[in-house]
Design a protein around this ligand. Structure first.
Ligand code: ADP
Ligand code: ZN
Length: 580
């Protein structure tokens, strides 16, 4: 809260307390006054010892006698009381000074309370979504503490955003070439993989203000509020020459639009539209980059992903073993530690996100501190490790992990091996057993050759590469131990085979006939034939794939072993391993 706001709220607060105090005081002095029954008061009137009466609307009235003493009596609230008193030569004060004070005091109490309530209500309205950008200097200086050295590992991501930093640093250079920078980047990946950190690092490296909001702040708001917050956010950002806007959890506003027309989805649409409008409203003079983060790219509305919007998508993956070692040493920097091997810890923390590693080390530091130990040691880390694992998982994950790792390693090695043998022109650029957000246990990336069409031979080989994962699992672990890991592979290979037979005229049962678009009778009549041929084809290809793997089982073993050790293998490493 700013200083003048504090002043604004402290004045009515003081007044409210003061009035409360005065009211209590007046009441207590009133209470100290003696009290007489009304009938006794009337006797006093008859005895002519009453000098004056202070009439007021309250329940008690104040009586002053000739000798100066005072007392209270019940207020009869009668209209002719005043007349009868005057007839008796008694002075009548309609508004005693006390009751005047009372009125003023209670009025000022009410007014200041109303003011305080109004103040907090209006303050709450501006909070939430963009309160963090109310004071822009704070958020920009926040990002100033971050740069690419704050992010360990994630080298490919850093490489991918370098030009953005360069552009934010000297946009003139890019303008000379007429180059348009991406307006929006989406960082996608598991929670805790460092997406926010990277966004801050980009702003920090470029030394520009950093505005952060979260998509979840926009849900469950009244229609129109989210949209106006977006406009406000962009207005703020545009008031700087350069800025980074970070929208965490973009899926909360940018999910694929559904047909349901309830209030919350209408609100989402309005917010999303406001975002899209603002982004298309940028021109050359606005050097603003919008970075959005999500755990899942596939749920986002395609309108968001179109060119000119968030057209650069960067996956932020879970760290592999060498990245984990870097993250560990980054978070141990400036902490006293002794007597343990960073590499061992990196091995142990398989499938940990950067955030999980950070909390592991922080927990160990707290344990060491509690014990007044001179250093963080392996003992503290072990203890913290068990705490973290217990927090995340009920069962012992370490034993599970090593078995999981082995299965995934053989599965991916199977894909890679078949790819190397059957599609030698496709470069296998990377194999990893680190899971991705797409739900796969690991992945094998190959770069297909550029071509306008695909040959029948290519398609069959491609199917064999897809089947290589399951085939390897079956050969190594036995028929009964095959896993669900091949789910997506089977989906893809079935698709290819079906299309070959039903769409591309590459099968036997239909020949050159293409059934889609034909009358239902034709489709129904041919469906069994198509099914049978698909089944036969995939079974033959699966047998072939198993044979290829069996004939090269040594290479499979070496690939799988080094995958287990290093978790990620790049092109050159793969070539080195398979050459020998
Ligand atoms: P996300 O936005 O992907 O959920 P964050 O960027 O919020 O993840 O990461 C949370 C914390 O985890 C960071 O503040 C940092 O301490 C730690 N962390 C995550 N990834 C890394 C990394 N690559 N290098 C260093 N620290 C990391
Ligand atoms: Zn697979």
């Amino acid at each position: 809260m700013k200083l003048n706001k504090k002043l604004l709220i402290s004045i009515p607060t003081v007044i409210a307390f003061l009035s409360l105090f005065i009211m209590v005081y007046i009441n207590s002095t009133n209470l100290n006054m003696p009290f007489k029954n009304y009938s006794n008061f009337l006797k006093d009137v008859d005895n002519k010892i009453v000098r004056s009466v202070n009439l007021s609307p309250s329940s008690k009235i104040e009586i002053i006698l000739n000798d100066g003493s005072k007392y209270l009596t019940d207020n009869p609230n009668s209209l002719n009381l005043k007349e009868s008193l005057l007839k008796n030569n008694i002075e009548v004060n309609l508004n005693s000074s006390i009751s005047k004070i009372q009125t003023v005091v209670s009025l000022s109490f009410i007014v200041s309370i109303i003011f305080i309530i109004a103040f907090f209500m209006s303050n709450r309205k501006t909070k939430g979504g963009i309160s963090c950008i109310d004071t822009q200097d704070v958020s920009s200086s926040m990002a100033n503490n971050f740069n690419f050295n704050s992010v360990a590992g994630n080298d490919e991501v850093k490489e991918n955003v370098k030009d953005i930093v360069d552009y934010l640093r000297n946009p003139e250079k890019y303008k000379k070439y007429g180059a348009r920078m991406p307006k929006g980047i989406i960082l996608h990946g598991d929670p805790g993989t460092g997406k926010t950190l990277i966004a801050k690092a980009i702003a920090g490296e470029a030394n520009v203000p950093f505005y952060a909001v979260s998509g979840s702040d926009f849900i469950q708001m009244y229609v129109g509020v989210g949209a106006s917050r977006i406009r406000h956010l962009f207005k703020k950002a545009k008031s700087n020459k350069k800025a980074v806007i970070f929208i965490d959890e973009i899926d909360a506003i940018g999910k694929k639009r559904s047909n349901s027309t309830n209030g919350s989805s209408e609100e989402k649409d309005q917010t999303l539209n406001a975002l899209l409008t603002e982004m298309s409203g940028f021109n050359e003079s606005h050097n603003i980059v919008v970075i959005a983060a999500t755990n899942r790219l596939d749920v986002l509305d395609s309108a968001l992903l179109r060119p000119g919007r968030f057209d650069r998508h960067i996956e932020v993956a879970l760290p592999d073993i060498s990245a984990r070692e870097k993250i560990i040493s980054l978070h141990l920097k400036n902490k006293p530690y002794n007597n343990f091997n960073l590499k061992d810890l990196a091995i142990k923390t398989a499938y940990f996100s950067g955030a999980k590693i950070e909390s592991l080390i922080n927990e160990a530091a707290i344990l060491a501190c509690k014990e007044n130990a001179p250093y963080i040691t392996e003992y503290h880390l072990d203890k913290s490790f068990s705490n973290i694992i217990a927090g995340y998982e009920k069962i012992d994950k370490t034993s599970l992990t090593s078995k999981d790792k082995e299965i995934t390693a053989y599965h991916e090695a199977g894909h890679a091996l078949v790819s190397l043998l059957k599609l030698p022109n496709e470069k296998v650029s990377k194999i990893s057993i680190i899971p991705t957000t797409k739900g796969a246990g690991g992945y094998t990336l190959s770069l297909p050759q550029d071509s306008n069409f695909q040959t029948m031979e290519y398609l069959t080989n491609k199917v064999m590469v897809f089947l290589g994962g399951r085939a390897s699992e079956e050969i190594i672990f036995g028929e009964k131990n095959i896993t669900t890991g091949a789910y997506n592979d089977l989906k893809q290979s079935t698709n290819i085979i079906y299309n070959m037979i039903a769409e591309y005229g590459m099968g036997e049962s239909l020949g050159l006939i293409r059934v889609s678009g034909m009358p239902d009778e034709v489709k129904n009549a041919s469906s069994k034939m198509i099914f049978d041929e698909c089944k036969e084809t995939i079974e033959t290809l699966y047998l072939d794939t198993k044979n290829i793997i069996l004939n090269n089982i040594d290479t499979l073993n070496v690939l799988a072993q080094s995958l287990m050790e290093k978790e990620t293998l790049h092109h050159n490493e793969i070539l080195n391993i398979t050459k020998s």
